[in-house]
Design a protein around this ligand. Sequence first.
Ligand code: NAD
Ligand code: 6OD
Length: 485
Amino acid sequence: MDRVQLFIDGAFRDAAMGRTFPLYDPTRGVEVARVCEAGAADVDLAVQAARRALSGPWGQMPVAQRLQLLRAVADGVDARRDEFLALEVRDTGKPVSFAGTVDIPRGAANFRIFADMLAGQHDEAYHQDTADGRGAVHITQRSPLGVVGVICPWNLPLLLMTWKVAPALAAGNAVVVKPSEETPSTATLLGEVMRDVGIPDGVYNVVHGFGPGSAGEAIVQHPGVDAITFTGESATGRAIMAACATDLKRVSFELGGKNPALVFADCDLDAAVAGTVRSAFSNCGQICLCTERIYVERAIFEAFVARLAAAARALVPGDPLDPATGMGPLISRVHRDKVARYLKLAVAEGAVVHAGGTVDDAAGFTGGYWVQPTVWTGLDHSARVLREEIFGPVCHVMPFDTEAEAVALANDTEYGLCAAVWTRDVGRAHRVAGAIDAGMVWVNTWFLRDLRTPFGGMKASGIGREGGHYSTEFYTELKNVCIKL
Ligand code: NAD
Ligand code: 6OD
């Protein structure tokens, strides 16, 4: 796929204005494909196609048939796993060891779980028993929202896009998807799968481009789009929410984080170090759930820092196609430069560097967006490095003396996405998890997912929850019908 096209109304096509933009290989910084850039006219075509699908074959299809088609999409992703994997690795530079076990399998699993969820959906009924309405029956019906705009980031492209597309389609909506400009390919390949299994034209549309002045803004501003589900930076969420205010579109936002890990002295230290290496450095630190702030009880602080730093130094970034590689490059030059600025800022703010701290090329690669996994200590809690989301393989470790202090430090942030707690004390685990202001708390693990559970953040980390029936609630309209018998 060296030309990445739009997918509108069941057909692959170039943009109406003929515009394209380059796609770069993050390992070497060279152009590997041209991507067609949609403008307002292309977005309008996609929205019109989606509306036709809703009033036509998709809207009239029996639910069981619709869900069967979505299971076929899951099978189609599995059947073309190697193609999805190759494109995801090309676009992101992430190791095959990660994309092959996380991104691509979840791309299929998301369709299966939401097909199962919707298969069990039923209306509710209330029999009224008041003097004025005795015998009346109230039926709450759910119906699709309509056309859903799905705007996605680049860090887990297929996983995060299907996390929204699958429940939206299972609930009977049609979608206009805008993948990140950095990672357009797997959303486009999914168009082939949709077409081949028989999803009606116009149900799944993909428009490529940027945010402001491009496809993203055109989706958000289109009056034919009924809702926006967005994953990305909190600042972008603010801009999208302001635009959605014009016609009061419903929004679901999964936004940024500055996630803490709390490591208590009674923890299993081997598990805590191994878990924190994963939570800080997986996907080169580019997961919204990654840990950037680590608080360790003073009795084990020095041992923890020494072991974490040794593990970080052992994590050598390298060829994403080598199955033994655990870390690839960052996504783009712009993002590498941003992370590099934080590496400098940390030192200027007084950090002690225990591992990494540099942006050296990986062996055998020049011109890519490489950065070394980095561990800092010594910063004051007011340091910008401890307050701003960096979204790279970097973390800071700070000691604490009491449980209350650890919770206060964890909560001292504008974000509230997730936290990890490492302790063997079940009582403490309950207390601390309850006291942390975050949408998800993992105890003695991290990023262990059950797709039925609510996913999302508090404070500046999001609006709403998706997952299981929480997704169904977002992607459907509720209507109460009262029948006086
Ligand atoms: P981003 O906000 O820069 O871009 C996300 C998407 O929004 C892209 O497709 C972009 O083109 C589009 N966009 C940008 N401005 C827009 C506008 N004004 N109108 C419409 N669309 C617009 O985010 P990113 O850099 O792609 O992703 C990294 C960020 O995403 C990090 O902050 C990370 O924490 C967050 N994230 C959060 C979650 C979560 O579940 N909470 C998951 C993954 C990533
Ligand atoms: O696992 C998921 O469903 C999910 N939404 C993960 C988000 C990761 C953020 O980068």
